[in-house]
Design a protein around this ligand. Structure first.
Ligand SMILES: [Fe+2]
Length: 298
């Protein structure tokens, strides 16, 4: 693990956050693959989305991410647009370009679960990037997933599940909420800096209802009770900073734009965030910096 020395001399942990690659490969699949919700997502891609994403933007960001030599890279879902096998293979290449699987930790997004896909053809292709410290096993990991890289605990939450056409909603679910409460409590006891990775934003009102987390209230109540030091999410395709109520102090909630986005608006342009974390004399200290691709007028 590489450690960055701050001005004070104390070691800082560097975490990088990217999201929403939306790799799209419709030409690689037969027509039978589109006799489901994929058809709607493909239409959206042809009409609008396809003009909003450029894979070369992610390649530029990946080069800058590698130069950062961060301790960990977090990726919060929507690796693919249509959940097609060729898209997952491309996602694997993109994740590998950010770093080795032990230093890159991802959670799925709603597009990665657009339709039911056999594990081996879908998220299984990137399973080592989603695996917890306890190992990946043969099938899907049990979420929440935990990786501890002291002084940081990264906790991956899965909110993606197949939904009807025109819905991009997510759900944590009662079983995952129960396990999450246990993990947050255990990692607090170990005095770790707890980072939740989640695709859908946890706060109500950040996206329209059809794109929202259906049990956001339950997740917010859990964060209020058990606490966390930071929440990182994707899904909104814009740089945002909000807060969730915590047991003692507000918990920062940071959203990042799509890593392939092209936009005139800086908050919607392809970007990653670098977060430096260190334990100071009076508690945790974090420094957050946004890295945006240069705009069209740069
Ligand atoms: Fe997305």
């Amino acid at each position: 693990m590489s450690l960055v020395k701050c001005a004070s001399g104390a070691a800082a942990f560097t975490l990088i956050h990217l999201s929403d690659f939306h790799h799209c490969r419709p030409g690689t699949a037969g027509p039978d693959r589109f006799l489901n919700k994929r058809l709607f997502s493909l239409l959206s891609w042809r009409l609008r989305r396809g003009r909003e994403h450029r894979e070369e933007h992610l390649e530029l960001l990946a080069r800058a991410v590698r130069a950062e030599a961060a301790d960990m890279v977090a990726v919060t879902g929507d690796l693919t647009q249509l959940a097609l096998p060729a898209e997952f293979r491309q996602a694997r290449e993109s994740l590998s370009a950010l770093g080795p699987a032990e230093r890159v930790f991802a959670v799925p997004g709603n597009h990665d679960a657009l339709v039911k896909v056999p594990w081996r053809e879908g998220l299984g292709v990137v399973s080592d990037f989603m695996a917890p410290d306890s190992g990946g096993g043969q099938g899907p990991p049990t979420f929440p997933t935990l990786r501890v890289r002291a002084p940081v605990a990264l906790i991956g939450v899965a909110t993606a599940r197949p939904t009807p056409p025109f819905s991009a909603a997510g759900r944590v679910g009662a079983a995952q909420l129960r396990r999450l409460a246990d993990l947050l409590t255990e990692t607090a006891r170990e005095r770790l800096f707890r980072v939740l990775l989640i695709h859908h934003p946890p706060l109500p009102g950040m996206v329209p209802r059809r794109k929202a987390l259906t049990d956001a209230a339950a997740l917010c109540a859990l964060i209020r009770r058990c606490g966390a030091e930071l929440v990182l999410h994707g899904h909104c395709h814009r740089l945002s900073r909000s807060q969730a109520a915590g047991p003692a102090a507000p918990v920062p909630v940071l959203g990042v734009s799509s890593a392939t986005a092209r936009s005139d608006h800086p908050e919607r342009r392809a970007a990653f965030r670098r977060i430096r974390i260190r334990r100071g004399a009076h508690g945790w200290e974090t420094r957050v910096q946004e890295h945006l691709l240069a705009g069209p007028d740069a």
